[in-house]
Design a binder for this molecule. Structure first.
Ligand code: GSH
Length: 215
């Protein structure tokens, strides 16, 4: 039985949706962000960064959202959530998963939490503005990369589609949400209505983006 340390609407959305796609048994351990539970020593033994999420699999502990998603899809190949090892599609899968975590997600963190980098309000505003521009450039790269493919990595649904959909939900606060890109909109539109994604949102007590464009 897996154990997922989570908080609503955080990066725990992706691994939980992956667990739901797989149909694996898991226990949810909720962290109270307002009470800074993720910064307490007990949790930091699992995740020394004090960030959410963390997955525990028996006596194995893994953090970093993209790594957890990949680990789970590798542990459950029958769920077909990653292209075959060594294939070009697998290479594409790594490309987008890495881009989403080390470029897009990092820019989101600067946008949501400029105070984590600067104490000064002017510097915070400058960082937030720069992060927003970075996000728009990255959204364009993703939208162009998806092109006419059905899913992010090609014709197979993978954890990248789940990751993209988590990021898209965060982008609802931006002046130009991620789904202004028509290819992103198509993939996110097909992913957020999947039963697994819906179950994840229901279990986290969160709703889909209120400003999602209605058809
Ligand atoms: N690179 C990490 C980043 C995780 C991260 O920053 N998670 C946020 C939630 S989305 C967090 O822990 N926030 C703590 C806070 O807001 O104090 C990952 O992908 O797991």
């Amino acid at each position: 039985m897996y154990k997922l340390f989570w908080a609503p609407g955080t990066a725990a959305m992706a691994p939980q949706a992956v667990l739901e796609e797989i149909g694996a048994a898991y226990e949810m351990v909720k962290l109270d962000i307002a009470a800074r539970e993720h910064e307490q020593a007990e949790y930091k033994k699992l995740n020394p960064n004090g960030r959410i999420p963390t997955l525990v699999d028996g006596d194995f502990v893994i953090f970093e959202t993209a790594a957890i998603c990949q680990y789970l899809s590798d542990r459950h190949p029958e769920a077909n959530l990653a292209p075959p090892l060594g294939s070009h599609a697998r290479g594409r899968h790594y490309q987008w998963l890495t881009f989403m975590t080390n470029t897009v997600q990092v820019a989101f963190i600067d946008w949501f939490h400029p105070d984590w980098t600067f104490a000064d309000a002017g510097q915070q505003a400058a960082l937030k503005g720069a992060a927003e521009e970075k996000l728009y450039r990255a959204f364009q790269v993703l939208d162009d990369g998806i092109g006419s493919h059905r899913w992010v990595t090609g014709e197979q649904f993978t954890t990248c589609d789940i990751y993209l959909t988590m990021l898209a939900r965060w982008s609802r606060f931006l002046a130009r949400p991620m789904w202004q890109g028509r290819n992103i909109r198509r993939v996110v539109g097909a992913t957020h209505i999947r039963p697994a994604f819906q179950r994840m949102m229901q279990k986290q007590g969160i709703a889909w983006a209120e400003n999602w464009p209605q058809a």
